[in-house]
Design a protein around this ligand. Structure first.
Ligand SMILES: [Zn+2]
Ligand SMILES: [Zn+2]
Length: 176
């Protein structure tokens, strides 16, 4: 595995080099190591990211996690923390970025994160979130207000009517 090549792919996808991208890059490489990922066909890596910053792009590139495939999920806490799950092996790990030295410029923290080994960069913790079941297809309904179709889990009931969440929200505004 050529680390330099992987890094270049991440930069090409993200559009620039930065400390944030480095965080995701290092987290993904560490996850490969810790979860013994070999990228066989039936192996499914799932990532739950606790932020939607630059680093997530590196995780998409390296681990193939994506929103569309359903193996990139968000649990927003604003933390530089990522949980990785190897569904096939039943292994998981949560990586939390360690505190960096204070008063670093953007350039300094980029160089700092680039210089670290993943194990010096993250605390390894146990995952605390359980993965949702694999993507299921839900029934869909037509909103009785705007006439647009949406999935059953997005439908809200208001006065006996099935509404999409946008219409439900505007109904509630007039109630107040
Ligand atoms: Zn960036
Ligand atoms: Zn509607």
């Amino acid at each position: 595995m050529d680390k330099k090549l992987i890094w270049e792919k991440c930069v090409a996808f993200h559009g620039h080099e930065c400390g944030g991208l480095t965080i995701g890059y290092q987290a993904a490489l560490y996850a490969i190591q810790l979860l013994e990922l070999a990228f066989s066909e039936d192996e499914q890596v799932v990532c739950i990211s606790e932020n939607d910053a630059c680093g997530v792009d590196a995780i998409q590139v390296i681990l193939g996690c994506s929103v569309g495939k359903g193996n990139l999920l968000f649990h927003m806490t604003g933390k530089q923390a990522f949980s990785f799950y190897n569904r096939t092996a039943g292994k998981s790990v949560r990586l939390v970025l360690k505190k960096k030295p204070e008063a670093m410029t953007k350039e300094e923290s980029f160089a700092y994160y680039q210089s670290l080994e993943p194990k010096d960069m993250f605390d390894v913790k146990e995952t605390k979130l359980t993965l949702p079941e694999e993507a299921r297809l839900f029934d869909s309904y037509i909103c009785e207000c705007c006439g647009e179709t949406t999935g059953a889990n997005w439908i809200r009931l208001q006065g006996g009517k099935k509404l999409c969440i946008d219409c439900y929200a505007s109904y509630n505004r007039f109630d107040v």
